[in-house]
Design a protein around this ligand. Structure first.
Ligand SMILES: Cc1cc2nc3c(=O)[nH]c(=O)nc-3n(C[C@H](O)[C@H](O)[C@H](O)COP(=O)(O)OP(=O)(O)OC[C@H]3O[C@@H](n4cnc5c(N)ncnc54)[C@H](O)[C@@H]3O)c2cc1C
Length: 264
C-alpha cells in the first residue's frame, strides 16, 4: 500500500561568504546556490521509507522564485518521484509565518500526504520554524530534531528526538510533520540515471490561486515581521596575552587589565 511523503526543500546559497548591501539586505545574486544542505537528509530519509514501505511515493515541494526548480530537480535526481514548485510574485517577501501558509496549503492540495519531512533548518534563514509552523497550521502532530525513525507503517511513526541529555522516543499518529537532523543518515549522491530522469522531469508549478490562497495572506502583505536591516558580525580583535611568571602574577596582571578597561 505505502504512504505519500512530502519533503520540503529550499534553494539557498552554497557559499558561506555573503555580503550585506547598501540596502541592509544580504546580497545573494551571483552566488552559487543549491539544495539547503539539511534538506538532503530529509530527502534521503523519505527515499529510505519508500524502500521499507513498497508502494510509497515522495513529492518534493519548494516555495520560491523560478530558480528553485533546480533544487526540486536535484531532489528528483536523488530518487524522489514528483516535484512541485510553489511560485507566484505574490509570495515575494514572505516571512516564516507566510511561508508556512504556502507550504501547508500545498500539502493539503496533494490531499493524501501521510508524512511531511523537513530538514532541521536552513543555512540562510536558520529560523528552524517551518516544521512546527506547518504542523500547527495543518493541525497535525509535529516533532523536530529527529535523529532516527525507528518504526513506520501506514498509520504511525516512531522517532527518536534528540534532547540535551540524550533522546526521547515518540510515537505519532499519521499524518504527521517531522524535522530531521543530520545524524539521521548519510545522504546518497545522485546516480547518472537519476540525473537523466530529473533533467526530463516536468515540475508542476502552483500559484497562490492554485493553492486557493488570498494574495493578502502571503508575501509581504501576509507577513507579520520585516527584516529592517542586517549587519555583519564585527571582526574579532586580536586578543590580549596576560604575562606573568606564575599563576598568581598572571592573575594580578589580569585584574589590573580588567580595572584599566573599567570592567571591575
Ligand atoms: C519579513 C521577512 C521577509 C522575507 N522576505 C524574503 C524574500 O523576499 N525572499 C526570500 O527568499 N526570503 C525572504 N525571507 C526569508 C523567508 O521567510 C524564509 O527563508 C522562510 O520563511 C524559511 O525560513 P528559514 O529559512 O528560517 O527556514 P527553516 O525554518 O530554518 O527551515 C526548516 C525547513 O523548512 C524548509 N523550508 C524553508 N523555506 C522553505 C521554502 N521556501 N520552500 C520549501 N521548504 C522550505 C527548509 O528547507 C528546511 O527543511 C523573509 C523573511 C522575513 C522574516
Amino acid at each position: 500500500m505505502g504512504i505519500h511523503i512530502a519533503v520540503c526543500v529550499k534553494r539557498t546559497p552554497s557559499s558561506t561568504t555573503v555580503a550585506i548591501g547598501g540596502d541592509g539586505k544580504v546580497q545573494t545574486a551571483g552566488l552559487p546556490h543549491g539544495i539547503n544542505p539539511f534538506d538532503e537528509y530529509a530527502v534521503e530519509e523519505a527515499i529510505r521509507i519508500t524502500e521499507k514501505l513498497p508502494g510509497s511515493k515522495v513529492t518534493i515541494l519548494s516555495a520560491g522564485a523560478a530558480e528553485s526548480e533546480e533544487v526540486v530537480k536535484a531532489a528528483l535526481a536523488l530518487g524522489a518521484d514528483e516535484g512541485v514548485l510553489l511560485t507566484d510574485p505574490a509570495f515575494d517577501g514572505s516571512d516564516t509565518i507566510a511561508t508556512s501558509r504556502i507550504l501547508a496549503a500545498a500539502v493539503e492540495k496533494l490531499a493524501d500526504v501521510k508524512l511531511v519531512l523537513f530538514g532541521k533548518q536552513t543555512n540562510d534563514g536558520e529560523s528552524g520554524h517551518m516544521t512546527a509552523l506547518v504542523g500547527a497550521r495543518m493541525k497535525r502532530p509535529s516533532v523536530v530534531a529527529v535523529r532516527k525513525i525507528t518504526a513506520i507503517d501506514e498509520t504511525s511513526i516512531t522517532v527518536e528526538r534528540m534532547t540535551e541529555d540524550g533522546a526521547d522516543t515518540l510515537k505519532l499518529a499519521l499524518p504527521a510533520v517531522v524535522g530531521v537532523t543530520k545524524e539521521i543518515n548519510e545522504p546518497r549522491l545522485p546516480s547518472l540515471k537519476g540525473k537523466m530522469k530529473a533533467k526530463k522531469a516536468v515540475v508542476a508549478k502552483w500559484s497562490a490561486s492554485d493553492l486557493a490562497l488570498d494574495p493578502s495572506s502571503v508575501g509581504t502583505a501576509g507577513s507579520r515581521t520585516a527584516v529592517v536591516t542586517m549587519e555583519p558580525v564585527p571582526a574579532r580583535g586580536s586578543g590580549l596575552r596576560i604575562e606573568g611568571d606564575s599563576p598568581e602574577e598572571q592573575a594580578k596582571n589580569l585584574v589590573a587589565k580588567l580595572k584599566e578597561a573599567k570592567f571591575i
